[in-house]
Design a protein around this ligand. Structure first.
Ligand SMILES: Cc1ncc(COP(=O)(O)O)c(C=O)c1O
Length: 472
């Protein structure tokens, strides 16, 4: 068996690289200001505490710079591409300029399409509709790993596809991908840049090279990677990349797909409708090419604009400071959790030097993950995610079919957030729950929840989280 040389595409800053006594200096304060950093969360026993937001991986808070920018452009908010009026012209300019900014953020090639979408899920579905077909037959299969978020798994199930199981090391996983590519017939390798479940990073550049050596292209689901690491699709030779604004410190649902224009210009328009056409007739249509082809309907100008503004802030961070800040929080949390009896930290790979973003996955023996999450929220003002993280195959393989807990953090986080989580888990292990909890609409909630929400969030406390997809 050949041993793959895994060359990381990003600066490695393993958690263990941060010495314990450096952590306060590196991560005692947020790296960048975010909106809502000081909101007070009500506690079930009464009183309030600063909300410790450890759920960045789901939706990150907006950067303060982005919020200020939003206030600046909001008065000019108007239709895009559809009006000769002053505000409309400005909105169109902001929207089109956002493409250039996003292209720069990923270091896209000059001819790459930059298509604004609703989110990463939408971007990957869009690409799935553009896979090349010759003589009515798809040119090849899409290959993906079993560790993917559903957004990078389900769109491919509607087209010819193959999946493989990731090995228990990064190098072994690269070998498995190589072996499958050697079988031939793969047109696209779809991989995550960083796992939304464990935060472990895959060697994108190596995988891109492998795909290309075997006549395939590569798409990277960077929903989790982009908010944590510099992206360079030209240097890494990545054909397509998808990510979301709401995980990258921009409010509003927005996403983007950047990549090679040939498949995209020949593919089925993602949304048939106004703006996507050159000419429409009563019984037919000539579709536009370029981003317009896939952006039918009125675009989400503020979503695109804030996403672009957020990328500028992120691109301006000093990479060393950025990674050290995150690694300090991560190592503190991982070390602290491992010291608590009955707590298990989960990861996909047994490698100890895998580069990892600000995500820590764990479970607490004897407690349902949803119950622990409800307890941390109600009794400690800590917000984190529980469930199966829209990665059901991976959770099953990790032996966690009923889910686990995920703490995720970023530039607005501080060491104290991790300390608060650890204190909550230690209390749980030593004293148990301090309140009664019941299952309501499939979620654990405090019984007789008397916490009050702002008047403009009228849901009864405890039920606000009851949504169709509660475990992404
Ligand atoms: C790795 C990964 N890919 C894709 C998605 C889907 O992103 P969105 O909900 O913005 O479509 C997520 C969301 O959690 C994710 O973590």
């Amino acid at each position: 068996m050949t041993t793959a040389t895994v060359s990381p595409n990003v600066a490695i800053q393993p958690a263990t690289a941060v010495l314990p006594d450096q952590r306060q200096a590196l991560a005692g304060r947020p790296l960048a200001a975010v909106t809502g950093a000081e909101i007070q969360a009500p506690l079930i026993h009464g009183g309030h505490v600063r909300y410790a937001n450890l759920d960045y991986g789901a939706s990150a808070p907006a950067l303060s710079v982005v919020s200020a920018y939003l206030n600046e452009i909001l008065p000019f908010y108007a239709s895009v591409h559809r009006g000769a009026g002053y505000a409309s012209q400005i909105s169109t300019s902001v929207y089109e300029n956002a493409r250039a900014i996003v292209r720069e953020f990923v270091n896209g090639r000059p001819d790459d399409s930059v298509i604004f979408t609703r989110n990463t899920t939408d971007s990957l579905n869009l690409l799935a509709g553009c896979l090349p077909v010759t003589g009515g037959r798809p040119d090849g299969d899409v290959l993906y790993l079993d560790i993917e978020h559903h957004a990078n798994l389900l769109p491919w199930q509607g087209v010819p596809h193959r999946s493989i199981v990731a090995a228990d090391t990064v190098a072994g996983t690269v070998d498995a991908v190589r072996a499958e590519l050697q079988q031939g017939g793969v047109s696209l390798l779809a991989v995550t840049g960083a796992s939304n479940v464990t935060g472990e990073i895959l060697p994108v550049r190596t995988l891109a090279e492998l795909a290309h050596n075997h006549g395939a292209r590569i798409v990277v689901d960077a929903a989790q990677l982009a908010p944590h690491r510099r992206i360079n699709i030209t240097a890494d030779d990545v054909d397509y990349i998808a990510f979301s604004g709401h995980k990258l410190y921009a409010p509003f649902g927005s996403g983007v797909l950047v990549g090679r224009p040939d498949w995209l210009d020949a593919g089925t328009p993602h949304l048939a409708g106004g703006g996507a056409v050159k000419e429409a007739r009563l019984d037919g249509v000539s579709w536009a090419t370029g981003p317009a082809r896939h952006e039918g309907g009125s675009p989400n100008v503020l979503g695109a604009a804030t996403l672009a503004r957020a990328t500028q802030v992120i691109a301006g961070l000093d990479p060393d400071r950025w990674h050290a800040h995150e690694a300090a929080i991560r190592s503190y949390l991982v070390d602290g959790l491992r010291e608590i009896d009955g707590v298990t930290v989960h990861q996909i790979f047994r490698d100890t030097d895998t580069d990892t973003i600000g995500v820590v996955n764990f479970s607490v023996e004897g407690y349902d993950a949803g119950l622990v999450a409800a307890y941390l929220s109600a009794e400690h003002g800590v917000g984190l995610r529980d469930g199966r993280f829209c990665a059901h195959p991976l959770l099953k393989r990790l032996g966690l079919p009923s889910g686990s807990l995920r703490a995720s953090f970023g530039v607005g986080s501080r060491l104290e957030d991790a300390q608060r989580l650890l204190a909550g888990i230690r209390d749980l292990r030593s004293k148990g729950l301090g309140w009664d909890y019941v299952v309501d609409a499939g979620r654990w909630v405090p019984a007789n929840d008397n916490r009050t929400y702002p008047h403009w969030a009228p849901n009864t406390p405890g039920t606000a989280g009851a949504a169709p997809c509660i475990d992404d």
